[in-house]
Write a new protein. Structure first.
Length: 153
C-alpha cells in the first residue's frame, strides 16, 4: 500500500498512530516495504546511536592494572543491572565484565581500575563489542588485531 503526504494511520508497535510527513514537500511512503538496515539503505551515516556514542580508549595497555582474580563488584555507573558482581576466576564472568567495562566506561580511570592489559589482550578476539568500539581500540592498539601467541606444548 502506498500513500501520499496527507496524515495517515500506521501500526507502530501494535498501536495505530498518526504519521505526518515533515515539511511541505510531497512525499510518498511505501508501508508494505521492509527497510533492510544491513544493506546500507537504512539510517544515514552518523545518525545511529552507536555513531554518536562516546567510547573511552586507554592511552596504553600497560596502564591497565585491574584485578585478575577473585570476586569484584563494579561501580553502579558501569553496571546498573542489579547484580554487578563478577567472579574473575570464571571465564564467562570475566568476559562479561570486560565487555561491560569497555562499553560503559566514562573515563580512562574506569579502564585502568577494572581492566588488566594482558588479560584484555587474551580476551580481545572473543569479546562481543560494538564495531565502532572495537575499531577505536584496534586503531590505537594494532596488536589487538592479531591473536595472542599460544604456548607450544
Amino acid at each position: 500500500m502506498t500513500i501520499g503526504p496527507q496524515a495517515h494511520r500506521r501500526r507502530f508497535y501494535g498501536r495505530q498512530v498518526d504519521v505526518m510527513p515533515a515539511g511541505d514537500a510531497a512525499q510518498t511512503y511505501d508501508l508494505d516495504q521492509e527497510v533492510d538496515m544491513s544493506s546500507g539503505n537504512g539510517a544515514p551515516p552518523g545518525s545511529r546511536y552507536v555513531d554518536q556514542r562516546h567510547f573511552v580508549v586507554a592511552a596504553a595497555l600497560s596502564d591497565l592494572h585491574g584485578p585478575v582474580r577473585g570476586v569484584v563488584t563494579l561501580d553502579r555507573s558501569l553496571d546498573w543491572s542489579g547484580d554487578s558482581t563478577y567472579d574473575l576466576d570464571d571465564a564467562g564472568d570475566l568476559q562479561l565484565m570486560y565487555q561491560t567495562v569497555l562499553n560503559q566506561a566514562n573515563s580512562v580511570a574506569d579502564l585502568c581500575r577494572w581492566l588488566h592489559g594482558p588479560t584484555l589482550r587474551r580476551l580481545w578476539p572473543n569479546l562481543w563489542l560494538p564495531a565502532r568500539l572495537r575499531a577505536l581500540w584496534q586503531a590505537r592498539f594494532p596488536e589487538l588485531t592479531t591473536p595472542p601467541q599460544t604456548l607450544a606444548g
